[in-house]
Design a protein around this ligand. Structure first.
Ligand code: ZN
Ligand code: ZN
Ligand code: ZN
Length: 370
């Protein structure tokens, strides 16, 4: 298992501070969420009481923490960073405290997932500071996964593969999507995830709705079923993988486009290597699907970055000319959807390496007939 020490190295804080300085920001203000966890390893509870790591471009970073959360913070990996913890009492104004310690700053980078109520209170406390997203600084760092982060994504991939391996046990005609989904959710935890992030079981026509989750629809014989599942590992890193199953032999029309989809997904995975634009990966999948006449049935981008969040930068979409860099990790998940009939999507997480892409999921991509 990847250790917290490797995943959240003590050196990261200094690198983030340096990046903050280089970006010309006065400070980063990181409240509970993936940005704070990335920098400190601390999985803090998002609460109305302010917990905030302030990383000034110059000067000592500090963690503002409610008195009653102090013990939790001290037991978290953040305690290794040598950062001062500043506990505040129920009657204190923690925003004023942060503002006072930062002094005059012209720009602050707020955690991308900071609550609006928090960001507005920072606006009042720091009226002279322009607010920008912390991703201005953190995006480049978070996209490029370290070897330990890549290892954590491999662990997550192996865990979700183990769940897909069990899906044929759960899927059969006469059961509802919800019943199957409950078994899958239990299996996601049993496979080592800490939380279940989502369970999509799209049977028959529901498979044509990419973000359909679960319903009480009874699965019938001869129906394809899209199973897209993911969770968060104790490391903080996420899994996300889609496979398509068929309860008995599927309709011939389905089998025909499924093969097109399989080739498209393969082509996009094989196109991954450093220097290739994100949009070229999307195009690699889309071309195959368009040539086969299903272009209008592929209604979403090819993929999204993944790490501490299931959906994060970089997005694999037309218009994103950003070149891939070793360490980028993202999904490759083209789909073909025939509304009212059925649909299919095949999804693997791919890590860009020096030579090409490495898939962290390796369950068979052929249609699984159960
Ligand atoms: Zn999605
Ligand atoms: Zn997915
Ligand atoms: Zn996905």
């Amino acid at each position: 298992m990847t250790s917290d020490l490797d995943l959240y190295p003590v050196s990261r804080l200094a690198a983030v501070q340096e990046a903050t300085r280089r970006a010309g920001l006065g400070a980063l203000l990181l409240t509970p969420g993936p940005d704070l966890r990335y920098v400190t390893g601390y999985e803090a509870l998002p609460l109305e009481r302010l917990t905030c790591l302030a990383v000034p471009a110059a000067g000592e970073p500090f963690l503002m923490v409610p008195r009653l959360e102090l013990a939790a913070a001290e037991h978290s990996p953040a305690s290794r960073l040598g950062v001062e913890f500043v506990p505040w009492e129920e009657t204190d104004d923690p925003y004023a405290h942060v503002a006072k310690r930062l002094g005059a700053v012209a720009t602050v980078g707020l955690a991308d997932r900071m609550w609006a109520m928090t960001s507005l209170r920072f606006r009042d406390a720091l009226p002279g500071a322009e607010q920008v997203l912390a991703s201005t600084v953190l995006r480049g760092l978070r996209m490029r996964k370290s070897p330990a982060e890549a290892a954590a994504l491999r662990e997550a991939g192996a865990a979700i593969d183990a769940v897909h391996a069990r899906v044929p046990e759960f899927l059969r005609a006469g059961r509802t999507e919800r019943e199957v989904g409950r078994d899958i959710a239990d299996a996601i935890i049993a496979a080592g995830h800490e939380t279940v992030d989502f369970v999509i079981v799209g049977s028959g026509p529901n498979g044509a709705s990419p973000h359909h989750e679960l319903s009480d629809r009874v699965i019938e014989a001869g129906e394809p079923v899209v199973v897209d599942i993911g969770g968060r590992m104790p490391s903080g890193y996420c899994s996300d993988s889609t496979r398509v199953y068929s309860v008995g032999e599927p309709p011939a029309a389905f089998a025909a486009y499924y093969e097109v989809l399989r080739r498209a997904q393969e082509a996009a995975c094989l196109a991954v290597r450093p220097g290739v634009a994100c949009e070229a990966i999307d195009a690699a999948a889309r071309e195959v699907i368009e040539e086969a006449g299903y272009g209008e049935r592929f209604i979403h981008r090819t993929g999204h970055g993944i790490g501490l969040e299931t959906h994060e930068d970089p997005y694999i979409v037309a218009g994103n000319a950003e070149p891939l860099v070793p360490g980028y990790a993202f999904s490759v998940e083209p789909g073909i959807y025939l509304p009212g009939e059925h649909g299919a999507r095949i999804e693997d997480i791919v890590i860009c390496g020096e030579e090409g892409g490495e898939r962290v999921n390796d369950r068979p991509r052929e249609l699984v007939v159960v």
